[in-house]
Design a protein around this ligand. Sequence first.
Ligand code: GLN
Length: 534
Amino acid sequence: MKDAKFIFVTGGVVSSLGKGLVASSIGALLQSHNFKVRIRKLDPYLNIDPGMMSPTQHGEVFVTEDGAETDLDLGHYERFTGIRATKDDNITTGKIYYELLKKERCGDYLGKTVQVIPHVTDLIKSFIFNGTEGLDFVICEIGGTVGDIESQPFLEAIRQIDYKLGKQRVILVHLTLVPYLAAAQELKTKPTQHSVRELNFAGLQPDIILCRSEKEISCNQRGKIANLCNVSLSNVIPAPDVSHIYELPVLYSQYGLGTQILEHFYLTKPKPNLTEWNQIVHSMMHPIQEVTVSIVGKYTEFPDTYKSLIEALSHGAISNGVGVKINWVNSREESESSVNKELIEDKLKNSHAVLVPGGFGDNGIEGKMLAINYARINNIPFFGICLGMQLAVIEFARNVIKFEDVHSEEFYTCRHPIVKLVGNKNANLGGIMRLGAYKCNIRPNSKMAGAYSSAIVSERHRHRYIINLDYKDDLEKNGLICSSMSEDETCIEAVELENHPWFIGVQFHPEFQSKPFSPHPLFISFVKAAVNRI
Ligand code: GLN
């Protein structure tokens, strides 16, 4: 059995430099050489997972096929490599301590003092090594910034792996910021030197330094970094800003990132074939037309909340040969009461399509329902995802079926709970979440069937509430068709309007499965409907 090689990606100076995209691009480059890769993320925070964090803190929660709530970078990993992430690909300090303390209570460490070294670091190492048989490369992204107190045990675990396996199986890639000082009209290398020193304190010496900078970094400055940070010049690689993330694999390949990694491991390979990536970038840069899609949500000022959604729309656009412009509509404005019909209509009037994404809590739901109402009445393509679907059903029950006092149990106790809790009310928050992939049957001759051309599909879920089956007949009699059901027939997975060009709500999150090379059928179909309105 071959032994996997390990690529550790750390970040220095500031957060949000794009380590996830670097890890993803490295994965894509190695795949282009036909290597088998897996990408993992180690997050230093104390939450067990990001499931209960606010999107304003953490951005999107990416859901894996096997139902783990993970960091949004795992979405990039999947989109860039096409490899499905699993619950074993994201660890947090919280999860490690949780395991550790359970073991301690079971007596696994009987007689010993339980310590960060070796017990915490051992658990980190076993996470890194777990399930790596048969792989060529395991790419591990370390969340946070070097120098943070929280990341120290992770860096120590990497030091131990680096020492034990040696350079023939380990490479350290450090992503850093080289800021431009306008007053001095100069790029500054000092922060990079300091962050490499932080790594050195942890016993780590980077092999490759990737320099994020908004201006082109000169050979001189790269030389300075090489010299002061003990890295060869060819391993100090520029990482300039790009207009689109899918440019990165090609760009990094041009700058020699792939070659330098292979050289480090004494692997010789012919130049990779990146034609597919070039095609993606070309179609993104040269759309023949552009559609405007309004996303009506409550975190519109934090687009990271809707990462996979934005990507899925762009994939749908690529496959239709168009560009997509997103019109962000905040469904709650300064306050719930400041949102009214005229305001929403004004914000939506120039859009070719409207999308209401998933969400939790009652903030902004009336604004979203006004948007749904506008799209329904004016025949504007509408896509409701999870909460977006539930609100579409409530809007329909209110304004078409004319139910009074109809709502979701998530928000109010009412006469017609048309959206109801899955399972038991007393379970812990999070404990009754329907998570991960479930099979859905698609009703023949429906719009859903037209989009998928498949009778059974598997989609990822993240919700606690479902459409109340007691109301299925009322919905269908009035023209809102339940066009997909879960395999066990307990959950309405999709609804669609009979007499509307494109009005679909889905209980699942199709955006998690969309990839640039395999756009999700619903996003292809939705963008196509938007194009029809140009
Ligand atoms: N809050 C809703 C539920 O729990 C919708 C969740 C979502 O949109 N992901 O069912």
